[in-house]
Design a binder for this molecule. Structure first.
Ligand SMILES: [Zn+2]
Length: 183
């Protein structure tokens, strides 16, 4: 199963952090800082090494048609979920997102810090993430739509479209309902 949605790259990066691949993380971070996507051959090499045999969910990957085709050779992808969110909603969500520079907890419209601009755990001032600057969000969205157009076409027979502008619970319920219908 796949999730197609912008903004997931940072999560992908976080999941891969361990002492053994710290060098790789720092390298990937350079791309994220510039608001760019990580090149195909690097991500493909990581996946070949780390992907389980079955029962897994990929979030934010593949980003390109060539990645999707390669992925079909590595694993069986049975369902693809597309979280459809209007640009204005994405920009508003990201522009209001704040992060703790120490513990990396993320705050936003749905999760406000208990004290204004201060991390609930560390009591230090929250900052906006470098890749959440409006100009960088726009670059990411343009790249996302360009790449996703061909992905949606490629996956059309396995595709489930979900309205991602709703609340977390509503989105979850819609995904579960549509998955049940399709299986
Ligand atoms: Zn903190």
């Amino acid at each position: 199963m796949l999730f197609l949605a912008p903004k997931a790259l940072a999560k992908e990066r976080k999941a891969k952090i361990s002492p053994g691949n710290l060098g790789l993380c720092i390298f990937l971070q350079e791309y994220v800082k510039q608001g760019l996507l990580v090149p195909d051959d690097i991500v493909n090499a990581i996946l070949k090494k780390t992907l389980p045999k079955d029962n897994f969910v990929l979030d934010g990957y593949p980003r390109t048609l060539s990645q999707a085709k390669l992925l079909d050779n590595i694993a069986k992808i049975d369902k693809v979920i597309y979280l459809d969110v209007p640009d204005a909603v994405i920009i508003k969500r990201l522009a209001t997102r704040l992060q703790c520079p120490k513990c990396h907890a993320i705050y936003g419209l749905n999760r406000k810090p208990k004290r204004d601009m201060l991390c609930d755990y560390c009591n230090i001032k929250l900052v906006r993430r470098e890749d959440d600057e409006p100009e960088k969000i726009k670059i990411r969205l343009e790249q996302f739509y360009k790449a996703t157009k061909s992905l949606l076409k490629y996956y059309h027979d396995r595709l489930i479209v979900v309205d991602g502008s709703k609340t977390e619970n509503e989105v979850f319920n819609e995904i579960m309902a549509k998955l049940a219908l399709k299986s």
